[in-house]
Design a protein around this ligand. Structure first.
Ligand code: F0G
Length: 409
């Protein structure tokens, strides 16, 4: 591991890494891990398999024996020719993060953060979640033998994610209200009771794991930088982590350029897109956010300063999509490419469609859509599909079944 420090994102003050707080003690800003990359060259990565820990020199875990892993990362970067043709794009790729062990990109961050928690001697971990963070934390804390507490908004979490949390033996607490309230409670509890180690994305160690998404994309494209990367945005941790990853590879001179980062939000849960479109320097929370994409049903994104910087520095943008567009994109990706993702993930595809129709993505550009979670996480989508798409209306019973079968084919 290369040397690093924790630094305030706002006032740039440095703190020793052992101080496992989440906010700058002086100005209250978010913290980030800064690696000393001066004079550094690419390590012997080539011989290692694609995975999060391939990049261990750039991950803030000192003791190898503390690493808790379920084989995360190394997800497919799929060239989507059929969908690309439909959208008028030749070089469309989908980085399918649903291929991670618990079915979402959260595992990249969780393997690093839980390893760090172990290194710091923590025994109890805590998060608030719309579902995927909780499922991932539940699995990794089970693997590490740690106690796990998750707070989730009651009645607003997809069934598959609930099942994962329960199956892995986490203590599940449902909170009346939105994710935003659950996160506030988790932060208050972590502040008050230091034995509970907060694992939400304001934990800077988690974002370090998530930045490996960018490293993998660059390696999978043969060390060529894509022009555009689109991601669904909730709290904003992932898009900022990816931006940090692209920036570190540029600093290491592995690539010359960085992509435009485009954040996609659901229309009625879009505080970031609203701020970007109206050129605000701050993000104002939205009350009572609504969308079928429950993973990104977030009104008060914790990492907003990092997101705004990533979008601004990269000359990217943010866009909104309706629930109807999300569902159509989910079905289209599954039907045309065999890639089944949850609704929040399909937002990146729906957003691409809108932005390319708008001329903000050029047909000749190399585009990567990040799909963040597996489609099986949220079976409730079945109820929302038009009956004609489900096969519910095709049924055969009784005598001369084969004849009837042939008739409906
Ligand atoms: N896609 C999926 C499937 C998610 O679960 C999330 C966030 C996002 C996108 C957005 O990522 O917050 O880093 O901008 N899910 C969190 C959770 C909030 O609790 O599982 P972000």
């Amino acid at each position: 591991m290369w040397s690093y420090k924790l630094q305030c994102f706002e006032c740039q003050r440095g703190f020793p890494a052992q101080e496992a707080g989440f906010r700058c003690k002086i100005c209250g800003g978010l913290l980030e891990v800064i690696f000393d990359l001066a004079e550094k060259r690419e390590p012997a990565w080539k011989s290692r398999q694609l995975s999060v820990w391939k990049y261990r020199e750039l991950l803030p875990v000192e003791k190898e024996e503390c690493i808790v892993s379920l084989a995360e990362g190394g997800t497919g970067l799929h060239h989507c020719k059929r969908l690309g043709r439909k959208l008028g794009l030749k070089k469309l790729y989908v980085k399918n993060e649903g291929e991670n062990p618990t079915g979402s990109f959260k595992d990249r961050g969780m393997t690093v953060a839980i390893s760090k928690a172990r290194e710091l001697g923590k025994k109890k971990v805590l998060c608030a979640s719309t579902g995927n963070t909780a499922a991932s934390l539940a699995a990794y804390s089970a693997r590490a033998g740690m106690e796990c507490i998750v707070l989730m908004p009651k009645g607003k979490v997809a069934g598959g994610k609930m099942l994962q949390v329960i199956m892995h033996g986490a203590k599940l607490i449902q909170v009346r209200g939105d994710f935003d309230q659950a996160l506030e409670m988790a932060m208050e509890l972590a502040d008050k009771r230091r034995e509970f180690y907060l694992m939400n994305s304001i934990n800077p160690f988690r974002l370090e794991g998530q930045k490996t998404l960018a490293f993998e994309i660059l390696h999978q494209l043969g060390e060529r930088c894509p022009d555009v990367v689109l991601l669904p945005v909730g709290n904003g941790g992932n898009i900022s982590a990816a931006w940090k990853g692209f920036s570190e590879f540029q600093q290491l001179k592995i690539v010359r350029d960085r992509p435009r980062m485009m954040g996609i939000q659901a229309e009625k849960a879009a505080p970031i897109a609203r701020a970007v479109k109206s050129r605000q320097s701050k993000v104002r929370p939205i009350h009572n956010p609504q969308t079928i994409a429950t993973a990104i049903r977030i009104g008060s994104p914790a990492s907003w300063p990092k997101v705004l910087r990533a979008i601004r520095e990269s000359k990217g943008t943010a866009e909104t999509v309706t629930d109807r567009q999300i569902l159509a994109a989910q079905k289209e990706l599954a039907t045309l490419e065999g890639i089944f993702v949850e609704p929040a993930s399909a937002a990146s595809i729906a957003g691409l469609k809108k932005l390319s129709e708008d001329g903000q993505v050029d047909p000749s550009e190399t585009v990567v859509c990040v799909t963040t979670g597996h489609g099986l996480k949220d079976p409730s989508v079945l109820e929302r599909l038009p009956k004609s798409q489900t096969g519910y209306n095709l049924e055969i019973t009784g005598a001369s079944r084969l004849e009837r079968l042939e008739r409906v084919l």
